[in-house]
Design a protein around this ligand. Structure first.
Ligand code: ADP
Ligand code: ASP
Ligand code: MG
Length: 403
């Protein structure tokens, strides 16, 4: 008998009617003689509300208690789903991660699932029951509740699919698949039928919220095919899968953009070996992720300018760390919070020269100024002023024939 993992996101379980709808989807799989394991996120907004309350209590909320708090939304949604399934005559029960347990490693709020003891879940599945498991949470080796990063229920579903050796893993969300760019931002976005892990990983990491980046990494490492579908509509979704021999016929598969980047420029820093390391050491110690970096060629051989980007939420901390860094001297420091990264992604880029030129030419045709550039084998990212993001997406979407 086929086993399927179904994951439902926050909007899909956002109110009573939606929970009823989700239970209809689950009953459909049961009627088709599948073993069904459900993973659910918290009802939409619930986790954000908990985060807000924690900030009212303390800006320095104890990390372990924070995870204990923000993971509670999933308990509610899972109990409601299991309750409804029982109402419909489908044997079901909820499982909190600690009851299974879902073991995690790493820091609070950014833990990774390392092992899941699936014995009880398997027994329940064999008896025809539908386990409903909380996404997003786990426990660590001190038996404390952890969380695995915002939007982490995607990763819970994929790791459960791995450990119960599921035949299918379906991510139900509020759009009917992965699109060439966020369909809520650009109306000509098109649904992608099939996308490779590496492309999805880049898109997710570069701002396409539809899948959590870690979950795509987990799927790639464990070779788990994922389907992304809508819990509101019945049409076919997107398959996320491994790269097969036949390359995609498209050069660019998708376009992503971010909303939470900030740019810092340090003007007139001493141009000597080790200076960049001195700037970035305290940032790395404070777990601040530096993303794009450019260092201008020194005009006089003595001083140079260094520009880099970080996440907006790390902005204040970074400013403080640079200003109190005694190891560096500079003339001026400037900050810009109104920037966004726009990226084009596609494995087809590997075999097609001239993509960078086409991207820059298209942006120039709309007078969009490029602030910083970074590239990898399958993506090109540019930092632009946030007011230009929509325009940039539209012109690039057309340039690479995605419309
Ligand atoms: P869930 O709560 O189900 O996990 P998310 O809000 O995390 O849902 O992800 C779905 C959202 O992702 C969509 O509503 C859409 O606006 C956004 N999104 C961003 N980029 C894309 C894309 N390329 N394709 C589809 N959706 C995208
Ligand atoms: N409820 C958690 C969040 O909002 C996890 C998830 O939705 O996947 O981040
Ligand atoms: Mg999500």
């Amino acid at each position: 008998m086929n086993t399927v993992v179904l994951k439902f996101g926050g909007t899909s379980v956002g109110n009573v009617d939606r929970i009823k709808k989700v239970c209809k989807i689950i009953s459909f799989y049961k009627k088709n003689k599948k073993r069904v394991l459900v993973v659910s996120s918290a009802m939409s907004g619930a986790t954000n509300d908990l985060v807000k309350i924690s900030k009212l209590i303390s800006h320095n909320f104890d990390k372990a208690e924070y995870d204990t708090l923000v993971s509670t939304g999933e308990q509610t949604s899972c109990a409601l789903i299991a309750g409804r399934l029982n109402h419909l005559g489908i044997k079901s029960r909820s499982w909190m991660s600690w009851q299974i347990p879902v073991e995690t490693e790493g820091a609070h709020s950014a833990a990774r699932i390392s092992r899941i003891n699936v014995r009880e879940l398997n027994n329940f599945l064999k008896q025809g029951g539908v386990p409903v498991v909380t996404g997003f949470q786990g426990i660590n080796n001190k038996n404390r509740i952890t969380t695995i990063g915002r939007s982490g229920s995607d990763a819970t579903a994929i790791m459960l699919a791995k450990f119960i050796k599921a035949d299918e893993c379906i991510i139900y969300t509020d759009v009917d698949g992965v699109y060439t760019t966020d369909p809520r931002q650009y109306k000509n976005a098109k649904k992608i039928k099939k996308i490779f892990y590496d492309e999805m990983l880049e898109m997710a990491s570069l701002g396409s919220k539809v899948m959590q980046p870690t979950s795509v990494q987990d799927a790639k490492l464990n070779n788990i095919n994922i389907q992304v579908k809508s819990s509101f509509r019945t049409n076919t979704g997107t398959l996320i899968t491994g790269l097969k021999k036949s390359f995609s016929d498209k050069i660019i598969t998708g376009i992503s953009s971010t909303k939470n980047d900030a740019k810092i420029t340090i003007v007139g820093v001493k141009d000597r070996p080790g200076i960049a390391a001195s700037i970035f050491k305290p940032l790395s110690k404070n777990l601040i992720n530096v993303d794009m970096v450019v260092q201008n060629i020194s005009q006089n051989g003595k001083e140079t300018d260094l520009t880099f980007t970080i996440k907006s939420e790390d902005f204040k901390k970074t400013e403080k760390l640079i200003k109190k860094n005694k190891k560096i001297t500079y003339k001026k420091i400037s900050f810009d919070k109104n920037v966004s990264k726009v990226s084009i992604i596609g494995v087809g880029m590997i075999t097609s020269p001239g993509i960078t030129y086409r991207m820059f030419r298209a942006l120039a045709s709309k007078k969009i100024n490029i602030l910083v550039i970074s590239t990898s084998e399958i993506k090109i990212s540019v930092l632009v002023s946030r007011e230009n993001v929509k325009k940039a997406i539209a012109v690039l979407h057309k340039e690479f024939n995605l419309d």
